[in-house]
Design a protein around this ligand. Structure first.
Ligand code: FRU
Length: 499
């Protein structure tokens, strides 16, 4: 990576150069987290897709590796997943040295000329050197669609012990399909889910089905994570989720979740505009047991024209997801993985006080762009907008806070800096519901050079937005706007470079 490039994140993963979209093949093996990603190595816009590759011991400090998969006669390499084939069911490694198997989509734009009825099919590749080099399977493609299914992509594969099967979750236009296999090479159809359920403002992409323990009851539920584009709550790409049960064949909504869905509408993992196509890590050790996820910090509405040149596209922070149930509603919370704490530097604190105008933190101006901000305040009276304001002397102002009347969080990037590269970038204020009723509002905001991530109320509401200030923000204030707001905590922590 070259240094000094405007907007290059200091602690979020970006490709060394050129275009990146979805995270792919997230798998943990032999002490390393692997991150593959949709990558066009010859340009800074979407183009013939490869899988780029990086490895990390902590999901925070990444080391770039050579490109893992490049297009071949079957097509471009679209999104997919990777698993450790511990028992060598595929026969592509040995029992002593189990293969890593990547399952991905081939996209063939010239399928008609090639005599095919489909543009998208699934292929596999394997590695017997812990992910360093990859070989395509000679029998590819391993799964082709029945006719009439142009969207047939983004396989997420997991081992399902109860049915002793590999289960593939696949995005098929307006629904999800499940397939099973015993060897990762031959796949048979199990069932479909989702037509007319949940949000359908766009095409379904990048699904992920996984078991999660409900924190409050210990019960295991199945969560289906489902990205769609467009149709997100604040426009463009976003990720919804469903809670239910999976018996090895069908995914069915939990009846309480179904009631929640009809009462409250689609449930979103993140309410911001820049967290898309996120999936979870495979093969996280049982002793760890966390559900770990990363998303693409961008939006197809404007992703190809954001004002960066050497590279385009970053990943979100690695996040831990937890599943909660309060007796009526399910909630998937997102928080930064604890490893992010390794970036912590100096801390600056303001004394707790009642604020009527604004409260600044005595801190170095240059630290604003690389910080995490912790603010807690007593739930203010209706009519109050209480927010953090980031600004610079070029007149750019970004606001993120809580709207007491609407009982929701908001992110206002309309005057945040460069916004006119797309008329969809800053068309509106982004809003996210508050999901808990506690008396204290708790906002944790991570600022990097081109983004903010809000984790409110311990991750009960997440909101991720990218930002392109004309100059770095140098001022940070908590604004009460003439109302009286009791601030219980206001603390800023510098975050170190991860690259
Ligand atoms: C999601 C997506 C996937 C597809 C990939 C292509 O962002 O559209 O559905 O596999 O990107 O790069």
């Amino acid at each position: 990576r070259t240094t000094g490039e405007a907007y290059r994140p200091a602690y979020h993963f970006t490709p060394p150069g050129q275009w990146m979209n979805d995270p792919n093949g997230l798998v943990y093996y032999k002490g390393q987290y692997h991150l593959f990603y949709q990558h066009y190595p010859a340009g800074n816009v979407w183009g013939p897709m490869h899988w780029g590759h990086a490895v990390s011991k902590d999901m925070v400090h990444w080391q770039d590796r050579p490109i893992a998969l490049a297009p071949d006669a079957h097509g471009l390499i679209f999104s997919g997943s990777a698993v450790v084939d511990w028992n060598n069911a595929s026969g592509l490694g040995t029992k002593a040295n189990p293969p890593l198997v990547a399952i991905y989509t081939y996209h063939n734009e010239k399928f008609k000329e090639a005599g095919l009825t489909y543009p998208q099919s699934q292929g596999i590749a394997y590695s017997t050197d812990a992910g360093e080099t990859w070989h395509k399977y000679k029998g590819n493609p391993v799964l082709v669609p029945p006719e009439g299914k142009p969207d047939f992509r983004d396989p997420k594969v997991m081992w399902h012990p109860a049915s002793k099967s590999w289960i593939m979750t696949l995005a098929v236009g307006d629904h999800t399909e499940f397939y099973r296999s015993s060897d990762l090479k031959s796949w048979s159809f199990l069932s479909a889910f989702g037509k007319e359920i949940g949000a359908h403002g766009g095409v379904w992409e990048c699904p992920d089905l996984l078991p999660m323990k409900v924190k409050e009851t210990g019960e295991t539920k199945w969560v289906l994570i489902q990205s769609l584009n467009p149709g997100g709550p604040n426009g463009g790409s976003a990720t919804q989720y469903f809670v239910g049960d999976f018996d090895g064949r069908d995914f069915k909504l939990d009846p309480k979740y179904a009631a929640q869905l009809s009462a409250k509408g689609p449930q979103w993992l993140d309410w911001g505009r820049d967290n898309y196509a996120g999936v979870t890590w495979s093969d996280v050790p049982k002793a760890d047991g966390r559900t770990l996820m990363m998303g693409w910090m961008n939006n197809w509405d404007y992703g190809q024209v954001v004002p960066t040149t050497a590279w385009r596209g970053a990943m979100t922070l690695p996040r831990e997801l937890t599943l909660h149930f309060d007796g009526t509603n399910y909630l998937v919370k997102s928080e930064p993985a604890v490893e992010v704490d390794r970036l912590k530097g100096r801390t600056y604190t303001s004394v707790p006080q009642t604020v009527s105008e604004a409260l600044a933190v005595d801190m170095p101006a240059k630290s604003v762009m690389q910080s995490s901000i912790d603010v807690q305040f007593a739930k203010p009276a209706d009519g109050t907008m209480a927010y953090l304001e980031l600004s610079n002397d070029a007149g750019d102002i970004y606001k993120i806070g809580y709207d007491a009347t609407a009982n929701s969080f908001f992110s206002d990037r309309r005057k945040s800096g460069l916004v006119d590269f797309s008329d969809k970038f800053a068309a509106s204020v982004h809003s996210a519901p508050r999901n808990v009723a506690a008396d204290v509002i708790d906002m944790k905001v991570f600022v990097d050079h081109d983004s903010i991530e809000l984790f409110a109320d311990g991750g009960a509401t997440a909101l991720t937005d990218t930002l392109y200030p004309r100059k770095p923000y140098t001022s940070l204030r908590f604004v009460a706007g003439g109302k009286s707001v009791q601030v219980l905590k206001m603390q800023v922590t510098e975050l170190k470079d991860a690259f």
